[in-house]
Design a protein around this ligand. Structure first.
Ligand code: AMP
Ligand code: MN
Ligand code: MN
Ligand code: MN
Length: 273
C-alpha cells in the first residue's frame, strides 16, 4: 500500500490537472491519494476515479496560516469538501489569496515591474494564485533564471513578495478541518527552519488547537530527519502522515508516490479511517 497524502494539481500551483495527477499516481503504484491543493478543494469537483479503481481518493486540502511570523501549512485529510464551515473558511482563504496577490503585485511594481497582477492572473488560469505563479512571471520576463532565484530574490522569506498578514489563525483553520470530519496534519515540519525548541512549541500550539498528526515524511529525506520527526511525533503522541508534496513532473526530487517510507512503529494517520 502506498499512501501519498500530499499532492498538488492545477487547482493551485501544480502543473497536472486533477485527473492527470490521479492517472500518474496510479501508474506509480499509489493505492491511496489525497490531492491537497493550497486553500482550495476545487480539484474534487472534477475528479473521477472510475478509470483508476485501484486508487482510493481521500479528499484533502493544504491551508495556509501564520505562527510567530512564519508561513505555516496545515493539511486537512479525509475531509468532507462540502462541509459548510470548511466551505466558508475556504472562501475567506481565497479572498486572502487575492488580497495577498494584489499586495505582492503592488510591491513588485514598486520594484519597477510592469503590471504583474494581470500577467499572473492569466498564468493562474482560474486557479488559486500563489507565489509560484509570480515566480513563473519573473522567469517568463527574463528577470530571474529559475524558480529558485525568484524565491531567493523576490518571493522568499523577508523579500518583497513575502506577504503574510491575510491568512486566518491556526485555531480557525483546524476548527474548519475538524468540523469537516477531517484530520489536521502539521505539514512538512522541517521546511520551517525552526530550532528544535521552537518546532516543539509550534507543535504544542498545533495540538492545543486540535491538531492530530505530524507529516513526518515529506518526499525523499534522510534517516536522521525521519528519526527526529518520529521522536517528536512519539513524544507528543501524534499520528504520522506522509506524502510527496508533488507539484510537477520532471523534478527528480519530487514525484507522486515517491517518498521515504514511514517508520514501522508509528501510528499512521489512516489508522482510524
Ligand atoms: P504560496 O502558497 O503562494 O505561499 O506559495 C508557496 C509555494 O511556493 C509552495 O507550496 C511551493 O510550491 C513553492 N515554493 C516555496 N519556496 C520555493 C522555492 N524556494 N523554490 C520553488 N518553489 C517554492
Ligand atoms: Mn505549492
Ligand atoms: Mn506546503
Ligand atoms: Mn504542498
Amino acid at each position: 500500500m502506498i499512501f501519498d497524502l500530499h499532492t498538488h494539481s492545477t487547482a493551485s500551483d501544480g502543473s497536472l490537472a486533477p485527473q492527470e495527477l490521479l492517472s500518474r499516481a496510479a501508474a506509480n503504484g499509489v493505492t491511496c491519494l489525497s490531492v491537497t491543493d493550497h486553500d482550495t478543494v476545487d480539484a474534487y469537483a472534477t475528479l473521477d476515479n472510475s478509470s483508476c479503481p485501484g486508487v482510493t481518493v481521500v479528499p484533502g486540502i493544504e491551508l495556509s496560516t501564520n505562527w510567530a511570523g512564519r508561513n505555516i501549512h496545515i493539511v486537512g485529510l479525509n475531509i468532507d469538501p462540502n462541509n459548510n464551515d470548511l466551505v466558508n473558511g475556504i472562501r475567506q482563504q481565497k479572498l486572502a489569496r487575492l488580497q495577498r496577490a494584489e499586495k505582492i503585485a503592488a510591491r513588485l511594481e514598486k520594484k519597477g515591474l510592469d503590471n504583474p497582477l494581470e500577467e499572473v492572473t492569466k498564468l493562474a488560469n482560474g486557479a488559486n494564485i500563489g507565489r509560484p505563479h509570480f515566480a513563473q512571471y519573473l522567469v517568463n520576463k527574463g528577470i530571474v533564471a529559475d524558480f529558485r532565484q525568484a524565491f531567493q530574490k523576490y518571493l522568499g522569506n523577508g523579500k518583497a513578495g513575502d506577504v503574510r498578514q491575510f491568512w486566518s489563525p491556526m485555531e480557525d483553520i483546524i476548527e474548519w478541518i475538524l468540523a469537516a470530519g477531517g484530520t489536521a496534519v502539521l505539514a512538512h515540519p522541517a521546511h520551517y527552519k525552526l530550532t528544535n525548541t521552537r518546532l516543539r512549541l509550534l507543535t504544542e500550539d498545533f495540538i492545543s488547537a486540535g491538531g492530530q498528526a505530524l507529516e513526518i515524511v515529506s518526499g525523499i529525506q534522510t534517516k536522521q530527519l525521519t528519526d527526529k520527526m518520529m521522536r517528536l511525533c512519539d513524544d507528543l503522541q501524534l499520528m504520522a502522515s506522509c506524502g510527496s508534496d508533488f507539484h510537477t513532473p520532471g523534478n527528480s526530487w519530487s514525484e507522486v508516490g515517491k517518498f521515504t517510507p514511514l517508520p514501522a512503529n508509528c501510528r499512521p494517520v489512516w489508522e482510524n479511517w
